[in-house]
Ligand binder design. Structure first.
Ligand code: PHE
Length: 451
């Protein structure tokens, strides 16, 4: 197979950022922060991004660019006849499981686009938004229709390989999303009573910090940066030889974190302003945001509609660039490993994720009594992937690169064969070798009681 390269360094950064920036930043980050007490969680999250996220991202880039293969194959190439290939397989499985429930939420954004287009938010208050979200998300049919539509869109793009178009449009859409959330953050902060929300975001309450917070923050960092499942390593296999791994990782990390924090600055002032609890869970953005649109722009006819349509369209597109990256990993795996054609492989992935998606969606409504370890399908998949599989994948990548691969391989990749300086290299290797594995293992052991 001929391997295409990203046309430019900025193309590489944008593609990786496209995978990273998604529902994880705007939907999952605020509700995880809300569930875990706000500012203290955010500080620990930032620590996880710097100490675990960035080094592990560089490690994934190293694996991808060195092997020039998708994650399912990369380890067999770099470490033939060893068991390291299981890192790749674990990632592929995690990708398929995440796609299953992620598409449900992505589907919700489509419902909200249609709702906004019909000016359906007009004249409603906070209770109405809570009630309509509940009745929609628990509906046995409507969310499923949107889930299928979203998965088919992802499927079509992955099969047709119109990734180029996506990358090109990402160059316009990502900055647009960025500007829009900046405007919304300003609007939200000027709502009445917004100060309480800002305090929640900025004033850490360390009495709320328990082991759960650490696992939550670590899981969120891996999820949001698309780490631990080989997504970024697969993308890195398309990096050109001039792409600087450290700089790309830093750019993706900064963009991703910035979007997440800004989302916090939209959601919490708005939530406190209209009296919605910050720990409302996965519904949080769907009940607070329509309020922001109404209250901030309500004075001018059609302005709330315009802003809400724009917002949900951009959110859906941000989700789409993430679902494509997950789908691609699994499709490439079936294609390369079992020799299935790309289109057959994609049909299998899409069908599998539809089944998971239906079960996840129904678990929020009529199937809520069916649980595993006390969690419905949606919550179980979220817990299993974000809090277990991704950090575990990250730990294994760190150990693989730091302990198995020759140090000179890492050095060559990070410095582009000595052409670029990388003064951070010894620190990076030290973190990868000792700090990241020990920190992840300790968080696991503490939280899950594995000893
Ligand atoms: N990082 C994506 C987001 O924040 C989700 C994702 C996770 C994408 C894992 C790919 C792999 O929405």
């Amino acid at each position: 197979m001929e391997r295409a390269n990203f046309g430019s360094k900025i193309g590489a950064i944008l593609a990786a950022a496209g995978s990273a920036v998604g529902l994880g930043n705007i939907w999952r980050f605020p509700y995880e922060a809300g569930n875990h007490g706000g500012a203290a969680f955010i500080l620990i999250y930032l620590g996880c991004v710097c100490l675990l996220g960035l080094p592990i991202m560089i490690a994934e880039f190293t694996v991808g660019r060195r092997s020039k293969a998708s994650t399912g194959k990369a380890y067999s190439i770099l470490a033939p006849d060893t068991q390291w290939k299981w890192i790749g397989y674990l990632g592929v499985l995690a990708g398929a499981l995440i796609l299953g429930y992620y598409s449900v939420v992505a589907g919700w954004t489509l419902e909200y686009i249609v709702e906004a287009l019909g000016n359906g938010f007009a004249g409603k208050g906070a209770e109405d938004f809570v009630a309509s979200f509940q009745s929609f998300s628990q509906d046995p049919v409507r969310p499923l229709v949107w889930l299928v539509v979203f998965l088919l869109a992802t499927h079509f793009i992955v099969v047709k390989g119109v990734k180029k178009g996506i990358e090109r449009s990402a160059k316009i859409l990502m900055p647009m999303l960025f500007i829009l959330i900046l405007i919304l953050a300003v609007c939200s902060m000027t709502l009445p009573n917004a100060g309480k929300g800002l305090e929640f975001l900025l004033k850490p309450d360390f009495s709320k910090v328990d082991q759960d917070v650490f696992l939550g923050a670590m899981g969120q960092a891996f999820f949001s940066l698309s780490l631990g499942m080989g997504c970024l390593s697969t993308y890195a296999s398309y990096f050109g030889s001039e792409t600087k791994l450290g700089k790309t990782a830093l750019s993706v990390g900064v963009i991703d974190t910035f979007v997440a924090i800004l989302a916090g600055f939209i959601i919490f002032p708005a939530a406190f302003s209209v009296g919605i609890q910050p720990d409302a869970g996965p519904s949080l953005i769907f009940i607070t945001l329509p309020n922001v649109f109404q209250q901030a722009f309500g004075a001018i006819p059609y302005l709330p509609m315009l802003f809400s349509v724009m917002f949900y369209v951009l959110l859906a597109l941000a989700a789409l660039t993430s679902t494509i990256s997950m789908h691609e990993v699994v499709t490439a795996f079936l294609n390369e490993q079992f020799g299935l054609s790309r289109s057959k492989a994609a049909v299998i992935v899409t069908s599998f994720c539809m089944i998971l998606g239906v079960a996840s969606s129904l678990s929020l409504g009529i199937w809520s009594e069916y649980t595993l370890f006390g969690l419905g399908c949606f919550d179980f998949l979220d817990f299993l992937t974000a809090k277990i599989m991704l950090p575990l994948g990250g730990l294994l990548v760190a150990v693989f690169v730091a302990w198995y691969l020759k140090r000179s391989v890492s050095y060559d990749e990070v410095t582009n064969y000595g052409l670029q300086k990388a003064p951070y290299f010894p620190v990076y290797m030290f973190i990868l070798k000792y700090i990241a594995p020990v920190a992840i293992a300790m968080i696991f052991i503490n939280e899950l009681g594995w000893i």
